[in-house]
Structure formats: C-alpha cells, structure tokens
Write a protein that binds this ligand. Sequence first.
Ligand SMILES: [Zn+2]
Length: 238
Amino acid sequence: MLLPGRFGRARILPSSLKLRDPSSPSFGHGREKGSEAVSPVVIVWSCPLPVDAYAAAGRGVEFPRPDCPACGGPMTLWSGYRRHVRVAGRCQKIFVPRLRCAPCRASHALLPAFVLAWRLDVADVVGAVIGQVAGGACGVRPAAARAGVPYTTARGWVRRFRCRALELGAGFAALAVELGGDTVSPVADAGGFALGAIGAAFGAAASLPGWLAAGAWRFASSVSGGRLIASPGRRGTP
Ligand SMILES: [Zn+2]
C-alpha cells in the first residue's frame, strides 16, 4: 500500500493522508494559495524499481496515472524530461514524465521515490548520511566519505534537515500515530526527534505491502513530496 498525503510548502498536513492503491503516487503538492492551476507540483510515486532498472527502462517504465493533485481530474502522460541521479558515485540519466490534467491544464512532474526533488544524489544515500550525523553516530566528514559524496554536499543536506527537523518530526510523528504506529514525542535534539518520527512512521507503514522493500528513505521522499530537504520556496524542474 501507498501512503499518500501531502506535506505543504510551509507545513505538514498529515491529516490529509489516505491509504490508496499501491500503484498510485504518494504525495503531491497542492496548489499554493493564490496560484493558478498552471502552477506545477511534484508528485512522488513509490517506484519499486532499482535505480539501474528504472534508468534502463527509460520511457518504458509503467508509470502510474494519478488524479490531478490540484483538482482531482484525470491526467495523461504528457512529455517529460531527463535528469541525472547519482548512485555509488556514478551519474545516470533518468526519464521523468510529466502528467497533464485536462480539466485544469496543470502539468505535474512524476518523480520516482528514490529521487529527492532538486537533489542529484538518491534518497537512500542522502538518508544514510542524515541518519548517521543527525543520529549522532559520526560527524559529517566520515559520513560523506562513506557515502562517496563531497563534504560540502553532505553538510548541506544535514543543515537543511536540521532546519526542518521540528516540522518533519511533527509531521512524521502524526503520520505514525495515524497508521497505528508508535508515539514519538519531541526531544531536545530536534534532529533525533525527526529521525525517530520517520522511523516510527516507516515502521507502521512497513507492515503494509510495498513499503518494507522500499526502505525508510524512499518512504520519506514519498511522504514529503520529494521535499524532505528542499529549500523553502524552491521551484522549477525537480
Ligand atoms: Zn487538475
């Protein structure tokens, strides 16, 4: 099962979570207040494929066709673009389709959950670094070395995660409760709180088919609409 829902640009709305078909995308982003229907949003779907397989399949991936996150209308595949992802130090090009809604004419990028919006490195790599550093296992430098990414890149991830930690912690903690998982209370260390909440939400979701294999960080990418560590107000092709 997928756990669709939505993290707003400024706050998390776990109460909007619903259980849906596993092939449907998880969290899209609603229209911003005051924006018109043409404002694109990012939709993240729970792609079960390994990155290599997804990259090799190109346009041949069986993409889901979710309803429009803006108006609920039916959407069709409509163009797309290629972007890079980096796995184990190697860059690969992947195809990201765009879906277009006939009723409101908005188009939305459909990202696979192994990707984080606007980040080159895959969610698992970013998450591993964040998990080690925010979890207190080590500093940024050794975590970056282990992940094979530049120190400054890893430092940027951790900083952004810490900036959002309270917000993420609250959102994932609420989601965990909603899914019947453990209760996670805020602790002095916001990063630790966020990690604990992501773990609790994933633990609850992992009992549902499809999520265990995806892993915690693809889950976190899905739930956050790819914006797990996105900068506020970030726009453009994800
Ligand atoms: Zn629409």
